[in-house]
Design a protein around this ligand. Structure first.
Ligand SMILES: [Fe+2]
Ligand SMILES: [Fe+2]
Length: 221
């Protein structure tokens, strides 16, 4: 189908409506989205691939490392399902300037050193130390700045609301946006990034969380 023809068709439909009414405009927009959601989804996937192509990190390898390290009896509240969603939220929060290598590595490392599923104040610090120990292995393509950002993000993710660094703050918000899994609704006023605040303050956020968030791994494996 010719997309240009479709565009003209909708314009005609709008003109035929003969109304400046906002309701009519909203109705036509909603109808357009429903009818052409496959096109919109394709555009979204192209944008998504642009982000994925930026990754030099072998995130599948890092994911397997963290899965192997995670005690099975700890379950998935802070385990791989959570890590996959943090990576996915990180992708949604992406803006120019964010280092997605840092964000995705954070997703798969920030909680892996937990010793329990409750209060474990030291797990961020331990994750930061783990970064040093895998620096020349799973993070072999990271430069010194990326290692430093990742260590700070892991270390501070339970201690600070925001740092002012867009990559670290994106890590924080990607983690926070997955709080509904433990029955906590993130407070938009406490988000670290404007994009994170926008998502958390959206009245449809919870419905969106339940229905739309698919695991990063499902789209990449
Ligand atoms: Fe954590
Ligand atoms: Fe987490």
């Amino acid at each position: 189908m010719c997309f240009g023809f479709t565009k003209v068709g909708w314009k005609v439909a709008y003109n035929l409506s003969g109304s400046e009414s906002l309701d009519i405009r909203c109705f036509l927009l909603a109808a357009f989205i429903i009818k052409y959601r496959k096109w919109l989804s394709a555009i979204k996937n192209v944008m998504y691939m642009k982000i994925v192509k930026q990754l030099t990190l072998n995130w599948q390898e890092l994911r397997q490392f963290s899965i192997a390290r995670w005690p099975e009896e700890m379950g998935t509240t802070h385990g791989v399902d959570h890590w996959d969603r943090v990576a996915k939220f990180g992708e949604m929060l992406y803006v120019d300037g964010v280092d997605m290598n840092v964000v995705v590595a954070f997703a798969y490392l920030h909680d892996v050193e937990r010793k329990n599923n409750y209060i474990d104040d030291g797990h961020g610090q331990r994750a930061s130390m783990l970064v040093d120990s895998i620096r020349h292995n799973y993070l072999r393509d990271f430069n010194d700045e990326q290692v430093s950002l990742l260590k700070r993000a892991c270390e501070l993710h339970t201690l600070r609301h925001r740092t002012g660094n867009i990559s670290i703050d994106t890590c924080f918000d990607a983690d926070r946006l997955d709080l509904p899994r433990v029955g906590i609704i993130p407070d938009y006023k406490l988000m670290a990034t404007s994009r994170g605040a926008k998502i958390a303050s959206n009245p449809h956020y919870l419905r969106f969380y339940d229905e739309k968030v698919s695991a990063w791994s499902n789209m990449n494996t």
